[in-house]
Design a protein around this ligand. Structure first.
Ligand code: GRF
Length: 200
């Protein structure tokens, strides 16, 4: 299954997938292109270093979100992309984009959804004072961090945590699960029943 990974920033989640690809462990999933909305995203360098094609579709060059999404779709269609991983992609996607990949867009979020959606999941968890948080890999629907949950991992919050230390431990789990979820999707083992994702 031909995947695009959409990024906006540092790209440690992308790196985890690229490392698995290099080790021959990602198949039958294959990352064929990395698309960034930010021209200077460090994630682009990671893709280039791994020999994966990169594309920039800068959202600032489009007056309407719809046009931006159509431009991304055009790039992905040219490369016969079948599925999409959002790995720190910081733009909201609407039906314009999502309807091109029904049930085939995965996101990783640094909290146990539905707690702490949106930005700064680790900081939100610290501010609330929860004792455990974690990360969620989910299917993307039009809505912020609301799609059906594929898998979650729990990360304990320590008394001396700051947002960086907590985010670091959350990301260890994200990196592992994103790889697992992409593999399951590529094997058609994710079955959506209502809001529930069954892993067959
Ligand atoms: C991850 O923590 C992810 O949950 C969130 O954005 C962050 C991206 O990190 N959506 P990176 O760019 O993969 O390092």
């Amino acid at each position: 299954m031909r995947f695009a990974v959409l990024v906006s920033g540092t790209g440690t989640n992308l790196q985890a997938l690229l490392d698995r690809q290099r080790a021959g462990e990602l198949a039958p999933a294959e990352i064929v292109v990395v698309l960034s909305n930010r021209p200077k995203a460090k994630a682009l360098e990671r893709a280039q270093a791994a020999g994966v094609e990169t594309v920039v579709v800068n959202h600032k060059k489009f007056a309407e979100r719809d046009e931006f999404e159509r431009a991304m779709l055009s790039e992905l269609r040219q490369r016969d992309v079948e599925a999409v991983v959002l790995a720190g992609f910081m733009r909201i996607l609407t039906a314009t984009f999502l309807e091109a990949f029904p049930g085939r867009v995965i996101n990783t979020h640094p909290s146990l959804l539905p707690a702490f959606p949106g930005m700064h999941g680790a900081q939100q968890a610290l501010d609330y004072g929860v004792k455990v948080t974690g990360c969620t890999i989910h299917l993307v629907e039009a809505g912020v961090d609301t799609g059906p949950i594929i898998m979650q991992a729990v990360v304990p919050v320590r008394d001396d945590d700051d947002a960086d230390s907590l985010q670091g431990r959350i990301q260890v789990e994200e990196h592992r699960m994103l790889f697992e979820a992409a593999g399951l999707m590529a094997r058609n083992r994710l079955v959506l029943e209502g809001r529930k994702v069954r892993i067959t």
